[in-house]
Design a protein around this ligand. Structure first.
Ligand code: OOG
Ligand code: MG
Length: 256
């Protein structure tokens, strides 16, 4: 069956770190089918022992929409095997063409589902943290249509979460600098995320509900990148410093 076949193709591309072709011909999918593929893809990871730990929003900033040539919010699922320890190292040979981008992460203390106001969303937050997301499209040349990238779990690949801060930390317009080996590669503000990152949480609750899902207590929500993503290379110390929120870092191993 088509959904199963595409999910398997994308799962294999991720496991082997080998790019696959964009979905076309009989494998072209609608947005609705793309979310079915995504769910199937995640089922396969769960069957291998991973746990679903939350969700991530995509294309919540103009910088990201412009970089990738798409203009709609999407979401993907975060699983435990994507977690990268803060300060830890990753081996780039496990990825196709990884990039990194600055994000903020919410930890939910209460359940959120459906239409909620920003105030209700904030009331469900237990803590907030600076974060970095490692994205890695499984498609050749990092090119895709909106349904393609949704099927590929929104390019999710890894995430690093820094120290948790109080839930009432104001996230609305915090300056940030992402650096490689101490040199700035992207600068921006959390205001780039839908005007205020809490709006990404509101959107996450609404989009999840459209697929019969809720944001459960204990789950993480990545709000989407504040700047364009930057390609990773071996042997680099990656760090993002956020005004009032602290920093988050990891490194990539040198090539053997
Ligand atoms: C898709 C994922 C988008 C974000 O933060 O906007 C995303 C991609 O850019 O490949 O994670
Ligand atoms: Mg992202």
């Amino acid at each position: 069956m088509k959904i199963q076949r595409i999910a398997q193709r994308l799962d294999e591309a991720a496991r082997l770190a080998q790019a696959t072709l964009q979905l076309s011909g009989e494998d072209t999918v609608t947005l609705d089918e793309a979310y079915q593929v995504q769910r199937q893809l995640i089922e396969q990871r769960l069957a291998r022992g991973a746990r679903q730990v939350g969700m991530k929003m995509g294309f919540t900033s103009r910088a990201k929409m412009a970089q990738m040539g798409v203009s709609d919010l999407i979401w993907g699922r975060l699983t435990s095997d994507m977690w990268i320890e803060e300060g830890g190292s990753i081996d780039l040979s496990r990825y196709v063409h990884p990039r990194v981008e600055p994000e903020v992460c919410f930890l939910l203390g209460k359940r959120l589902q459906g239409q909620v106001t920003p105030l209700q969303a904030l009331a469900a937050v237990e803590a907030v943290a600076p974060a970095l997301e490692v994205i890695d499209s499984r498609y050749r040349d990092f090119k895709f249509s909106l349904p393609d990238v949704v099927a590929d779990n929104a390019s999710s690949s890894g995430f690093v979460v820094g120290g948790w801060q109080r839930p009432d930390t104001n996230l609305d317009n915090l300056g940030l600098v992402m650096s490689f080996d101490g040199r700035a590669v992207e600068m921006g503000s959390t205001a780039a995320i839908l005007g205020a990152p809490v709006r990404a949480l509101v959107a996450a609750a609404r989009l999840a509900a459209q697929h019969g899902e809720a944001l459960e207590p204990g789950s993480l929500v990545l709000a989407g990148a504040a700047t364009a993503a930057v390609a990773l290379r071996p042997g680099v110390a990656v760090r993002c410093e956020f005004q009032h929120l602290g920093s988050v870092a990891f490194q990539t191993l040198r090539e053997e």
